[in-house]
Design a protein around this ligand. Structure first.
Ligand code: FAD
Length: 475
């Protein structure tokens, strides 16, 4: 039996304090989208519970009446994963923002899902420890959202993605049962459900508590900045560094639009006449860092860099990263709108993909600023457009779709770290066969038989697959 909004509110009032429920349109407005604001929808109601048992009651209510439920962290996601369902409830985890325990001996932290990514590192600093995955949004995004998207960041090349840095978490299933997934040891008995659930985009359960791994802070870190007058040569240099057997702490690339925008925004000392910039962080013991910095500097010269400069102190290092980490908002200042794509390719195909993207950019008449985790082949082309120009958004979406298909064509995939959400449903067809998509539906069904958790996202409906394939084959 489907409930009306009034009936849902009456049920919610019986399980939550009134101040935990937002039902008027104006106060709900900030929840209508995530960071990808071209997709938005108003929910029936937003709830902000304060205890796990309250979350459990909300989930049980949704399960009983088949009400769509969308969990939400900070809403910084870039694939419309946290976009509300028009007939559903948004479950904000914002009040679950406590760091419960730091165990310096075990090098772990137990935290609630609404804790900001950066807050974990800040809390661990007293013990000379830190939490490695560092999305550029780390000042705002939550660890619950990071788990749902398997988020990455500058340091994931060496230290792994979210999945490599989580030991265990508590999760409420779609029926409202509280289960613990994973183990504080290195391995756990049974199937590796952590691998299945991390990156499942809020579609298989709601995470309520997490144990993360902490790493000792490296003794020393330096950034080598190399400027190139050709973006393809810079792409080849990325492959060259890794081929030389060096695994940098981070290896990031920016093209000329991004360099100029970031430099204007935060004066990081980037050479604004360069076509491409690589930032290569070397960390470890003082001796290791010295040896690798010397090798990387020599390699960059050998691989065609026009200038190479290395940070001399911590302030310089932080400033070089500040430019990179502010690149998205900085690009926002040189264009009325931008659309951030996210795909992954084999590193060896970087130069080829950049060349093809330049061709596509000319074809569509839309500029592209490239800012990305070059070391792990994770592209973030930012397509610059103006949503007020009729048809430009549609053209941008088509261009973005072609970039993702190019990623698949060269042996990569349509997601790097932002997830599928609503945004990439179409491109799932380019990546997976109908049989594979049917298997994904079976997995979803096994965890959420009523389909209440984040419905309509992540996996395209099979009927749509058939329609899509017949359109594509008719082309
Ligand atoms: C400027 C900018 C830079 C960014 N840089 C990066 C980057 O470098 N790397 C990167 O990986 N991402 C990046 N992102 C994307 C985004 O920050 C990440 O995807 C982040 O993990 C989202 O976290 P959130 O708390 O905002 O989650 P939300 O956007 O609120 O939600 C994301 C997904 O997680 C689900 N979810 C949230 N909490 C829970 C929970 N407790 N249990 C189950 N499901 C849950 C939601 O339903 C949704 O599907 C960037 C975004 C912006 C705006």
């Amino acid at each position: 039996m489907a409930l009306s909004k009034t009936q849902i509110l009456a049920e919610l009032v019986s399980i939550l304090p009134r101040h935990c429920i937002i039902s008027d349109e104006e106060t709900q407005r900030p929840y209508e989208c995530d960071g990808l604001s071209v997709y938005c929808e108003m929910p029936l109601v937003v709830v902000l519970p304060e205890s796990v048992s309250q979350v459990q009651s909300v989930i049980r209510l949704c399960h009983q009446y088949g009400i769509p439920l969308v969990a939400r962290g900070a809403g910084t996601g870039l694939c419309a994963g946290a976009m509300p369902h028009a007939e559903g409830i948004v479950l904000s985890l914002a009040k679950f923002n406590r760091i419960l325990e730091i165990d310096p001996d075990a090098r772990t932290a137990r935290v609630q899902p609404g804790v900001r990514n950066l807050a974990i590192t800040e809390a661990a600093e007293d013990y000379d420890l830190y939490y490695a995955p560092d999305p550029s949004s780390q000042i705002a995004c939550t660890i619950g959202g990071n788990i749902a998207e398997n988020s990455g960041g500058v340091h994931c090349l060496k230290y792994g993605l979210t999945i490599h840095n989580i030991l265990a978490f508590d999760m409420l299933t779609a029926e409202g049962e509280l289960v613990t997934i994973g183990h504080e040891g290195l391995d756990s008995p049974g199937y590796d459900l952590l691998s299945l659930l991390i990156g499942s985009e809020g579609m298989l359960g709601v995470v309520t508590e997490i144990t993360v791994k902490l790493l000792p802070k490296p003794e020393k870190a330096q950034v080598v900045m190399a400027a190139f007058d050709d973006i393809e040569i810079a792409g080849e240099a990325v492959a060259g560094v890794i081929a030389a057997g060096i695994i940098p702490g981070g290896l990031e690339m920016m093209d000329s639009y991004a360099i100029q925008a970031a430099e204007e925004y935060c004066h990081a000392g980037y050479p604004t006449d360069a076509e491409a910039l690589l930032l290569c962080e070397i960390d470890g013991t003082t001796e290791e860092v010295q040896e690798h910095v010397d090798r990387v500097e020599a390699l960059f010269h050998q691989l065609g860099a026009i200038t190479v400069r290395t940070s001399r102190n911590e302030a310089e290092r932080m400033l070089l990263w500040k430019g990179r980490k502010s690149a998205f908002p900085a690009v926002g200042r040189i264009s009325p709108d931008y659309y951030c794509m996210d795909g992954t390719i084999p590193r060896s195909r970087l130069a080829y993909v950049l060349k093809r993207m330049n061709e596509m950019s000319a074809h569509y008449g839309l500029r592209v600023a490239n800012v990305f985790h070059a070391g792990d082949g994770n592209l973030h082309p930012l397509i610059l457009f103006d949503a007020n120009v009729p048809g430009e958004l549609e053209k941008t979406e088509e261009f973005g779709g072609k970039i993702l298909e190019l990623c698949v064509e060269v042996g990569g995939c349509i997601t790097g770290e932002h997830g599928v959400g609503v945004e990439k449903l179409k491109q799932m067809h380019a990546q997976f066969s109908e049989e594979e998509l049917a298997q994904f539906h079976r997995v979803k069904d096994a965890f959420d038989s009523r389909g209440i958790l984040n419905p309509g996202k992540g996996i395209p409906l099979l009927k749509r697959c058939q329609e899509y394939r017949s359109i594509e084959s008719a082309k």
